[in-house]
Design a protein around this ligand. Structure first.
Ligand code: SAM
Length: 270
């Protein structure tokens, strides 16, 4: 993973939240929030919470006495998330690396992490850290994207980038968000972290945007792909977005666009 892959800062948090979240994250957030709320937890830790899409879905479903600690590596993402959430004394926002959680052993009923594990430099260590802070019997729920070929817009944007920078194509989307999808590896790593049983479900959904340009802007400017494009030539960010727009429109048309997305959702008990 390139260092810039985990940097969600500058213009990214706002564009991520306004464009990427409705495109691909919101649909999965509702599912995970419903699943966690059904277990009626009194204490929840969210890692890699980003701009808070799961937090917004889950907080209204938790009990009035529940404690909800919401964390992310990048403070700018949490700052943005906090602006989207109404005042809620149950929620604590705290910067934290999911691999080094500043919490005591056995202090949460649930740990959840939506689309964050792909960014962990050591997944077994990240899962073991989630397990450490879970009470016995506690639930760990996390999700990762399936391979890029199952996620149409991401695949199309990645092929467009190869035409803009043919010598050194920006491969962030294939390398990181879509680089950890082998279910046998995922199961084995969760087991290596000490969880004896993991349920895994592969869930397909449809990603929708008002236009090819909106989808292209989301991926090129609202994710760390932006860091990779700007590192090559910052003046070509708009051009790269234009090329991604053309590739998406060629396949999905010039009006509102819809594309397949697919993810793996895991649940493990301590
Ligand atoms: C694709 S976003 C997912 C955000 C959110 N969960 C959602 O569903 O929209 C990945 C997030 O992982 C965070 N992240 C990356 N590495 C991390 C780490 N080691 N510990 C905690 N968060 C991390 C990033 O800051 C980013 O907000």
């Amino acid at each position: 993973m390139a260092d810039s892959d985990k940097v969600f800062a500058g213009s990214i948090p706002k564009l991520y939240d306004t464009l990427m979240v409705p495109l691909i994250f919101e649909a999965y957030a509702g599912d995970v929030a419903a699943r966690i709320a059904a277990s009626r937890p009194m204490s929840v830790l969210e890692t890699a919470a980003g701009s808070g899409v799961v937090t917004r879905a889950l907080a209204p479903r938790l009990g009035t006495e529940a404690r909800y600690v919401v964390t992310d590596l990048n403070q700018p993402m949490l700052d943005y998330a906090a602006t989207r959430q109404g005042a809620d004394s149950r929620i604590t926002w705290q910067q934290a690396d999911a691999l080094h959680l500043p919490f005591e052993d056995a202090s949460f009923d649930v740990v959840l992490c939506q689309f964050g594990a792909m960014f962990f430099p050591d997944r077994v260590a990240g899962y073991a850290e989630a397990r450490r802070v879970l009470r016995p019997g506690g639930l760990f729920v996390f999700s990762v994207w399936d391979r890029i070929e199952e996620n149409e817009f991401a695949d199309e944007v990645t092929s467009a980038m190869a035409t803009v920078f043919p010598q050194d194509p920006p491969r962030f989307l294939a390398r990181t968000p879509h680089g950890y999808h082998d279910v046998a590896v995922i199961r084995s790593e969760v087991n290596s972290a000490g969880f004896s049983h993991v349920e895994l479900e592969t869930i397909e959904k449809v990603s929708r945007a008002s236009s090819a340009r909106q989808a292209a802007t989301a991926y090129c400017q609202g994710t760390p792909l932006r860091n990779e494009i700007e590192a090559r030539d910052a003046s070509r960010l708009e051009f790269a977005t234009d090329r991604a727009t053309v590739v998406i429109a060629k396949r999905h048309g010039n009006g509102p666009v819809a594309g397949k997305i697919q993810a793996h959702v895991m649940a493990a008990v301590k």
